[in-house]
Design a protein around this ligand. Structure first.
Ligand code: F6P
Length: 323
């Protein structure tokens, strides 16, 4: 394979730039021409791509976000959109594609590979819900950002003996909430995989105060039915009976925009370099993920539509540690 391309798609994740850099430089090293596609699948359809040299990816390893841009592209979900993308790739003689992204992005890669176009995926999403990777690019940095906020909120919560909820990202996944809840010492964790009624959270906070705690902290995933706003409303409506309100901080996209830490830079570099090797060797139709301490391929059919389950034993651990 002589001409390859790389794109980043879906929600950006800290470490995506390290992955782009690794694809470009690994490709150049073995004599390939490497194209960068702008704005994910949008750029494939709009024919927005350009050849990249080693200097084009200089000074980006430490940057959050993605220098190529990203998008959630509805048009690529249509057969016409995908055909336009294939035509644009063919026009430049591009023979293979590295897709850096999470579930939706890898589904797009799988669709192209089913049409006969060589694609290798790189596991990247702060949600850590992608089958075929124990941990994905961006998770570690996003977790540390959530933790910094949690630690700060606990300080002010303790000073006033107040109750706080912190809402972290994860539309369909409670991973960030569960892990930041454990690492941040939360009194309760609320996740879409195992909902908790607001009444039970009220009890948990009251019990924590009765045990002499100076703060009550709930970490809640954005995708939980009782998300931050719902919990705020519940505690506000019943404040006279409960005796306190719940202050809610929604972290939102703050978690995605961080400077990638060492873990994410190294993970991204290793996954993307391995993905490039696989593509060039024509071992495509796979996702490269981190499995038991190594960058390894999993065939797309074993990844797509198979959300990675959350280890719910850890929810029990979070409860034990919240004594
Ligand atoms: O997929 C990553 C993620 O950050 C989710 O945690 C979140 O629910 C979603 O993206 C938000 O998407 P958008 O940036 O398109 O609003």
């Amino acid at each position: 394979m002589q001409r390859i391309a790389v794109l980043t798609s879906g929600g950006d994740a800290p470490g995506m730039n390290a992955a782009i850099r690794a694809v470009v430089r690994s490709g150049l090293e073995v004599g390939c021409t490497v194209y960068g596609i702008k704005n994910g699948y949008r750029g494939l359809i709009d024919d927005d791509m350009r050849e990249m040299g080693a200097r084009d990816v200089g000074g980006i390893i430490q940057l959050g976000g993605t220098v190529l841009g990203s998008a959630r592209c509805a048009e690529f979900k249509t057969a016409e959109g995908r055909q336009t993308a294939l035509n644009n790739l063919a026009k430049r003689g591009i023979e293979g594609l590295v897709v850096i992204g999470g579930n939706g992005s890898q589904t797009g890669g799988y669709e192209l590979s089913k049409l006969g176009f060589p694609v290798v995926g790189v596991a990247s999403t702060i949600d850590n819900d992608l089958a075929g990777s124990d941990i994905t690019i961006g998770v570690d940095t996003a977790l540390n950002i959530a933790l910094e906020a949690i630690d700060r909120l606990k300080v002010t919560a303790s000073s006033h003996r107040r109750a706080f909820a912190v809402e972290v990202m994860g539309r369909d996944s409670g991973y960030l909430a569960l892990m930041s809840g454990i690492a941040g010492g939360a009194e309760a964790v609320v996740i879409p995989e195992q909902e908790i009624p607001a009444e039970r959270l009220e009890e948990i906070l009251n019990e924590a105060y009765a045990r002499g705690k100076m703060h009550g902290l709930i970490v809640v995933a954005e995708g939980a039915k009782n998300n931050g706003e719902k919990l705020r409303q519940y505690f506000h409506e019943h404040k006279d009976r409960i005796g306190f309100e719940l202050r809610v901080t929604i972290l939102g996209h703050v978690q995605r925009g961080g400077t990638p830490g060492a873990f994410d830079r190294l993970l991204a570099t290793r996954l993307a370099a391995r993905a490039t090797e696989h593509l060039i060797r024509s071992e495509h139709g796979v996702l490269i993920g981190w499995i038991k301490g190594a960058a390894l391929p999993t065939p797309y059919p074993e990844v797509i539509g198979k959300k990675k389950p959350l280890d719910l034993d850890l929810l029990r651990l979070a409860d034990v540690l919240a004594q």
